[in-house]
Design a protein around this ligand. Structure first.
Ligand SMILES: [Zn+2]
Ligand SMILES: [Zn+2]
Length: 160
């Protein structure tokens, strides 16, 4: 349980299984055990033609179960261990004008093309700690600013 396996895009049309350390979870963060990751047209394109040489755990449409949750994460967001959730790929800053207007999809913190510090699931480099920024992995790291939604009761991760 101390290691996490992930499929890492290492070059054009190339994927390698790599091991990452199971991350420590901050009080305001959580860890999601992956159930299902979608593959969309963007993935097909970026798999063939990666936008950078950085190793990336792809997978930006992610559903999983909260495996570990810090106390602050649960207090602020209402999610606790065992909850089935969908996580948006945008990880907002929560501080800028766009975020305050609820338009976090425009937040600079999610702009992986222009901002080297941006975090977006499926796009951010796996070299950046704590590394688990994509759904093609056993676990995904959820910082305090991840955008998390509850999967409605009666809906399975696979939608049936
Ligand atoms: Zn997509
Ligand atoms: Zn922002």
């Amino acid at each position: 349980m101390s290691k996490v396996l992930a499929a890492v895009r290492t070059g054009p049309s190339r994927i390698e299984i790599r091991e990452f350390a199971m991350p420590e979870i901050a009080e305001d963060a959580a860890l999601m055990r992956m159930e299902v990751a979608g593959i969309c047209g963007t993935d097909v394109k970026l798999y063939k033609t990666p936008p950078s040489a950085a190793p990336v755990i792809m997978g930006h449409e992610n559903i999983g179960v909260i495996a570990k949750a810090g106390r602050e994460f649960t207090r602020r967001k209402g999610f606790k261990e065992g909850d089935l959730v969908f996580v948006e790929h945008y990880v907002m800053c929560g501080k800028c004008e766009w975020c305050h207007a609820g338009q976090y999809r425009h937040c600079e913190n999610t702009d992986w093309r222009k901002n080297p510090d941006a975090i977006r699931y499926g796009y951010t480099s796996a070299e950046r700690a704590p590394h688990l920024w994509g759904g093609f992995a056993q676990y995904v790291y959820l910082p305090w600013n991840a955008v998390v939604h509850r999967v409605p009761a009666g809906v399975t991760p696979f939608g049936t």
